[in-house]
Design a protein around this ligand. Structure first.
Ligand code: G3P
Ligand code: CA
Length: 228
C-alpha cells in the first residue's frame, strides 16, 4: 500500500490562520505532504487565496472578494497580522517544498488558474505530481482537464450521489474528494478499482483520522496534519 498523503486543510489551519502563509509554513514544519488552499478571483482580476465569498469572517474588513481590488484586499488584516495572498505569491513562497491542492471556489476561473499552473510547471520547476486541482464545480474541472490532460483533478463533493464514481472515472479524475462522514462501506474499494484515489476531508479528531486510515483513504486532509 502507498504511503498516506497528509494534507493540511487551508494550511495547518488548526494552528495558524487559515489560508495564510503562516498556516502553509506551519504545515511544512509539522511534516504535511500537501497543503489544500482555496482560490477566488478579485475585482482587479487576480486569483487570491481565501475561502469565503466575503472577507467578513477572516479579515478586519467587510464585503465580497469579487467586489474588491487586490490593493483593497491587501489593505485588510487577518489574524496575526497576515495579509491575503495571491495564488502566485503562495506558490512562490512554497517553492516546491510541499504539494498543493488548489481548490477552485469560483466558477469561471479554471482557465486563469491553468495559465498560472502552466507557468509554474514550465518555468519554475513544479511538476504535475506536485499539484491537484479540485472543485465542487465539476464543469470547471472538466474544462481544465480538456485544456490540460496531464493535470490531476479531484472531484469534490459534499454528499456522494449515485454514479459519482462512474462520473469521476469518465472525466478521468485523479481523485474523489469526499467528506469523511459520507464514506460508505465499499466506496474506497470501488474507487480504487476504477483507478481513483480517495481524498477525505476534514478528519480532525482521532476517531475521524482512525476511520480514514481504516477505510484505506489515500489522502487525509486535516486542520491538524501532524495528527494523521
Ligand atoms: O478540499 C476539501 C475541503 O477544503 C472542501 O471544503 O469548505 O473546507 O473548502 P471547504
Ligand atoms: Ca477548501
Amino acid at each position: 500500500m502507498d504511503k498516506i498523503i497528509k494534507v493540511g486543510h487551508r494550511g495547518a489551519s488548526g494552528y495558524e490562520p487559515e489560508n495564510t502563509l503562516l498556516a502553509f509554513k506551519k504545515a511544512i514544519e509539522i511534516g504535511a505532504d500537501m497543503i489544500e488552499l482555496d482560490v477566488r478571483r478579485c475585482k482587479s482580476g487576480e486569483l487570491v487565496v481565501i475561502h469565503d465569498e466575503t472577507v467578513n469572517r477572516t479579515t478586519n474588513g467587510k464585503g465580497e472578494v469579487s467586489e474588491k481590488t487586490l490593493t483593497e484586499l491587501k489593505g485588510l488584516e487577518m489574524e496575526k497580522g497576515e495579509r491575503i495572498a495571491t495564488l502566485e505569491e503562495v506558490l512562490d513562497f512554497l517553492d516546491k517544498k510541499i504539494k498543493v491542492n488548489i481548490e477552485l471556489k469560483d466558477k469561471d476561473i479554471a482557465m486563469q488558474a491553468r495559465a498560472v499552473i502552466e507557468q509554474y510547471i514550465e518555468e519554475n520547476g513544479w511538476t504535475y505530481e506536485d499539484l491537484l486541482v479540485s472543485s465542487f464545480h465539476h464543469e470547471e474541472l472538466m474544462q481544465f482537464k480538456l485544456a490540460d490532460p496531464e493535470i490531476r483533478i479531484g472531484v469534490l463533493t459534499e454528499i456522494v450521489p449515485p454514479r459519482f464514481l462512474k462520473f469521476a472515472e469518465e472525466i478521468k479524475a485523479y481523485s474523489v474528494n469526499v467528506p469523511i462522514n459520507r464514506i460508505r462501506i465499499g466506496f474506497v474499494e470501488d474507487a480504487h478499482k476504477r483507478g481513483l484515489k480517495v481524498f477525505v476531508y476534514a478528519a480532525n479528531d482521532s476517531p475521524e483520522i482512525k476511520k480514514a486510515k481504516e477505510i484505506g483513504a489515500d489522502y487525509i486532509c486535516s486542520n491538524f496534519p501532524d495528527r494523521i
